[in-house]
Ligand binder design. Sequence first.
Ligand code: PLP
Length: 400
Amino acid sequence: TVRLSRRVTRMQPSASIAAKQRVTELQAQGKEIIDFTIGEPDMDTPAHIVQGAIDAMRGGDTHYTPTAGVAPLRQAIADKLRRDAGHDYTAAQVIVGSGAKQLINESFAATLDDGDEVIVPAPYWVSYPDIVTLYDGVPVVVPTTAANDFKLTPQALAAALTPRTRWVVLNAPGNPGGAIYTRDELRALADVLAGHPEVMVMTDDIYEYLAYDQHRHVNLVAAAPELAARTLLINGFSKSYAMTGWRIGYAAGPQALINAMGKLIGQSTTCVSSIAQAGALTALKGDQEFIEETRQVYEHRRDVMHKAVSAIPGVDCRLPQGAFYLFPSVQALLGKRTPGGQVVADDRDLVMYLLDEAGVAVMDGSAYGMPGHLRLSFATSLQTIERGCARMAQACARLA
Ligand code: PLP
């Protein structure tokens, strides 16, 4: 028998990866499942980026690269951050990793000791608490409210800080709540942190361009330059350029932390695929039209899905400011009975009911630290959105 470590035993499998597997299994059985669990752009990577990678391969770009990434890519990322995040990072302060997820892992691995606390506002991206736990840290989950667009308030932050706090995680536009902080809101959070100079901040900006209506992403270091020395900016190519399968992300921040993360990468994956790095460099240097085009596509899909979901009695949905998820409350549906007489006690039961009864796959809010909600992705076609929402409406109407 295999004896597994305590470390891996206490870890949860990624809920979104599990959901994707469940949908694939049901589809393989011949069931027609409408999938609203998708956490990635449904478009393919723009052709010029693919071409950039092909050219690199043909040109012999097939070797190990420096651990932190090739110099032109790190420089291009530093240039991009100067433009978008409003802060001057040197290329040496930038590190490239196999997706934002690897860099989040390395940053916690590099900084957490047993019992160190990490403040994670809920609803949160499923992986933060589990990654914190993996590296012996303790996630301190701080609930937010739909009424405040799922944003962390200065009061809630102040109340959650303890002498053991090492990090605060901010994710905007947020998965799954769609939260986008204004400059003033970031300033107010920064003012709380001014009294806690030992606390670091992680800003996960992976959805930065997916901001709707009048909302636009503001980076924390642009609003509060005094925090730059203890802020780790996380970003990547997965969502902006539809490059999830390439596995490439980056981080920028204080040199000592970037160096420590580099040491960890040097002993794990060595470096990111040279081919993916060439693709990423092409993405940054090339035409940026794709970003605005897809932003508009998502905004329209958001409106269509929000209208359809809001029309379902018992479903209460804020219009998300960014990212590509709806995160409605389904509290009013809980406690009802299915046509078969089973009680839908919580959001997980509702997810199973919608899968069985409507053939629609959604995520439960519990996985994101906020029970009583569902997460529905609109990174899918309008036709799929319309059909899936109609099926959901019918299934919800059959609950009594
Ligand atoms: N951060 C957030 C908030 C995400 O939603 C995701 C992916 O779903 C990631 C990071 C991971 O991105 P990557 O593909 O760069 O690892």
